[in-house]
Every structure is written in C-alpha cells, then in structure tokens.
Design a protein around this ligand. Sequence first.
Ligand SMILES: NC(=O)c1ccc[n+]([C@@H]2O[C@H](COP(=O)([O-])OP(=O)(O)OC[C@H]3O[C@@H](n4cnc5c(N)ncnc54)[C@H](OP(=O)(O)O)[C@@H]3O)[C@@H](O)[C@H]2O)c1
Length: 259
Amino acid sequence: MQNQGIVILGAGKVAQQLYLQFLRSGIEVSTIWARNLSKATIALGTAPVCNQLSELPTDAHLYIICVSDGAIAEVAAQLPIEIRMKRLVVHTSGATPMSVLAQSCKHFGVFYPLQTFSASSKPDWTQIPICVHANSDDLLQRLQHLASRIAKHIYVINDEQRLALHVAAVFVNNFSNYLFHIGATICETEGVSFDILKPLIAETIEKLKYQLPKSAQTGPAIRNDVVTIARHEDFLSKYPTDFQAAYQLLTNGIKSMKE
Ligand SMILES: NC(=O)c1ccc[n+]([C@@H]2O[C@H](COP(=O)([O-])OP(=O)(O)OC[C@H]3O[C@@H](n4cnc5c(N)ncnc54)[C@H](OP(=O)(O)O)[C@@H]3O)[C@@H](O)[C@H]2O)c1
C-alpha cells in the first residue's frame, strides 16, 4: 500500500474512534475534515483538522467518509476532482448502498465497523467485525489489508447483506437498549436499584454463546401464563403507553415463536 496517510471526513463518534484506532495501530491519519472546526477540535484534541474540502491533501491512499448517512453523497460530490477520479473513497454506513459514491467517485467502497460507538466508549477492536466492499478486487484487497491492521474479523459483505446485518443490529442493539431503558425507568420509578437486574442482563447475553435465542427464551409469554401477563399489563397501566404497547407487541411476538 502507498503511504500518504488516510483522510477522515466527519468528526463524530465513528470518526473519533477510527482516528484513535488508526493512531494506536501506527497508521497515519493526515487530515480530519469537519464542517464545524471548533466542535471537531474539542472532540479530537491535537488531531490535524481542517474545515475546507478544497484544502484536503489529494494524495492520501484512502478517504473515509464518516458523516451522517444522508450527507454521504453530498460530501463525496464536493471532494476535489483529483480525489474523486484517482483516490479510493469509502463510507462507514451499514444501511447505505455503496452506489451512493458511484455518482461522484471512480474508486469507491465501504468500510463498515459493526459495533455501537459512543464518543466516551473504549471499544475492543479485536472483537469488532469490519465489513468491507469495493468496486474492484484490487480495491477490496486494499481495504481488507487495512482492516486487518486494526481488527481481527474482516468480512467481505455486499450491499444487501450489509443492510440485512444493519437491520438485525438495530434489533439486537438499538431495540434491546431501549428495553433496558424501560427496565431502568420502571426500577427508578418504583425505588429499586437497576443494578439488581444486571446479573440477569449479563446472563441473557452469556447464554447466546452456546444457545440460539429461540431455545433460550423464558418468561410468561413463552409459557402462555395469562394470569401473570394480565398482572403485568395492569401494573403498566400507569406507565407511558409506549411501554404498554412494547409489552403487548413483544408478548405476541414471543407467543408466536412457539408456532
Ligand atoms: N455510531 C455508530 O455506532 C456507528 C457504527 C457503525 C457505523 N456508523 C456509521 O458511521 C457514520 C457516522 O456515524 P456517527 O455515529 O459517527 O455519527 P455522528 O456521531 O452523529 O457524527 C456525524 C458527523 O457527520 C457530520 N455531518 C452531518 N451532516 C453533515 C453534512 N450535511 N455535511 C457535512 N458533515 C455532516 C457531523 O457534523 P456536525 O458535528 O457538525 O453535525 C458529524 O461530524 C454513519 O454513516 C453511520 O451510519 C455509525
């Protein structure tokens, strides 16, 4: 691989975590572009930040667009022509097709780290799958090589598979976290510590290491324990209707697992 460093576009959660991991792995990030310079400087400290796309180095070997999904095409279209025609440009989105870059870039791909990132989190990159895809075999190999320098589990995943993984990820992460929020709210309202539920949450995840979710399912819905379900619904009547609706929807879904 050439050695003119990497350019990261965007300064949000993924940009920050990728920057730190490249740094830790001895991979040079020559520039981070962000539309809001002062916000990016606060988030990224001494990292080399600029807010003018026209000031970007045009000889980097990779440009990673880490902006909100809806802004990827717009940012790619504004890159200097030399970058769009000669360099490899990728995005990091799970749900966005690679083709959004085809309209403006000649060499393009996807570099999607399948994990939930927060600015304050310290992810273990050895455990993060990186899904790569590109519009030629040569570019794909370059992305695989780069990914293997910062992570251990690299997958070649096309647009349809990536979208499927992203939808599944929303269920297992975003939705389960929302359910943890409901649990935490109920505990707080009733004056009991949410900590008491943490061993249960840990065991729920632990069991998935050796069991399919379907066979691990327990609780009143899978037993069709109607008296307990009615008692729960009555208890929830003082809570937001979203909590009651979630309870009913998920109870019906669990009941249908038996069919
Ligand atoms: N967070 C995750 O867990 C995760 C995991 C894997 C992949 N991804 C993907 O990674 C990408 C970035 O996600 P993120 O979580 O890092 O988002 P984020 O923390 O919300 O950061 C988004 C970045 O995009 C910039 N931006 C938004 N609209 C823009 C526009 N119109 N023009 C220029 N810059 C714009 C924001 O700038 P301002 O700060 O100025 O608003 C910010 O720097 C997305 O494609 C997402 O799907 C996210």
